[in-house]
Design a protein around this ligand. Structure first.
Ligand code: CCH
Length: 291
């Protein structure tokens, strides 16, 4: 039996399940990163609702949100770890899994602290519709991420998570990976955004009318093309966003440094700590969840 609070043991067990033959690109890291992000990205700073406390995706109200399609796989993957370490909250486990996955795929170390609490019913969950819609563009990104309290630089840095993983037609309606090696964290996403000749491809699916596609020189004709969401591409169509795309394309160290800070901020949304770092209360104990 592990000691209560032994997060190093939890980290090791998360690392041990990341490579899974037969799932996507042989790695569950990307979908775990998406789980951590969607668990946190519901935050609204004006009402102080949503955020990484709660683990609301365990309930249909949040888990059944079409924006969260596919994340049940991520939740099932980490369930054995929750069973082995019953003292960890789901909201700590899901955010920690994202942080461990990023590091293990070659990304930066991300500061992470425990202390999130799970909600034990669904009455306190934030409303649906707070996560971004990939078929839109830069105004929508600002609307969604400003609500969480992020600025333009942070929006571009966070978007670099699309170096990882892929879109699934049966989840979001979009399809394909952003980069050629989607289980290796890097600044390739920014380089490709600027370098490739992107073309519109019609998908005609609900929520996913079209996407951008491009091929890289070494690719065969039958290879799946690389893709960008309309929101990804919009980062190059906006002077303030493009400035950061260019910086991150040129300087991977800068990107890693900024990504580490902004992902740490993301998984802390809605968490309040004492000066000694202990989580003192959450939006639940403040009784602020009203939908
Ligand atoms: Fe994302 N993302 N994301 N994303 N995302 C998708 C997949 C991943 C948007 C839309 C989509 C962030 C921001 C945005 C990941 C991390 C982050 C998919 C495909 C869509 C659509 C889902 C599917 O079909 O499986 C939009 C819009 C935004 C707006 O900015 C941020 C921020 C992060 C993390 C910091 C990761 C990782 C994936 C891959 C998941 C997988 O299963 O491989």
């Amino acid at each position: 039996m592990s000691k209560e609070g032994d997060f190093d043991a939890v980290r090791k067990d998360i690392e041990a399940i990341l490579k899974q033959k037969g799932y996507d690109d042989g790695h569950i890291g990307p979908v775990l990163v998406r789980l951590a992000w969607h668990a946190s990205g519901t935050y609204c700073k004006d009402t102080d609702t949503g955020g990484s406390n709660g683990a609301g995706m365990r309930y249909e109200k949040e888990g059944g949100d079409p924006a969260n399609a596919g994340l049940q796989h991520a939740r099932v993957f980490v369930e054995p770890i929750k069973r082995k370490y019953p003292w960890i909250t789901y909201s700590d486990l899901w955010t920690l899994a994202g942080v461990v996955a990023i590091r293990s795929m070659g990304g930066p170390d991300i500061p992470w602290k425990a202390g999130r609490s799970d909600f034990d019913d669904d009455s306190l969950l934030p409303p649906r519709g707070r996560l971004p819609d990939g078929s839109q563009a830069q105004d929508h990104l600002r609307h969604i991420f400003y609500r969480m309290g992020f600025n333009d630089q942070e929006i571009v840095a966070l978007s670099g998570a699309h170096n990882l993983g892929r879109c699934h037609a049966d989840r979001s309606g979009f399809e394909g990976a952003w980069v050629n090696n989607p289980t290796r964290f890097s600044n390739q996403y920014y380089k490709l955004l600027l370098k490739l000749k992107w073309q519109k491809k019609d998908l005609n699916r609900e929520g996913a009318p079209w996407q951008w596609v491009a091929t890289t020189p070494g690719m065969d004709e039958d290879d799946e093309p690389l893709m960008m969401l309309p929101t990804d591409y919009s980062l190059t169509q906006d002077a303030e966003f493009k400035k950061w795309v260019e910086k991150y394309a040129e300087d991977q160290d800068l990107f890693f440094d900024h990504f580490s800070k902004v992902f740490a901020k993301l998984v802390e949304l809605g968490v309040y700590r004492d000066e000694d770092g202990v989580a003192r209360f959450n939006n639940l104990t403040k009784g602020k969840y009203e939908s």
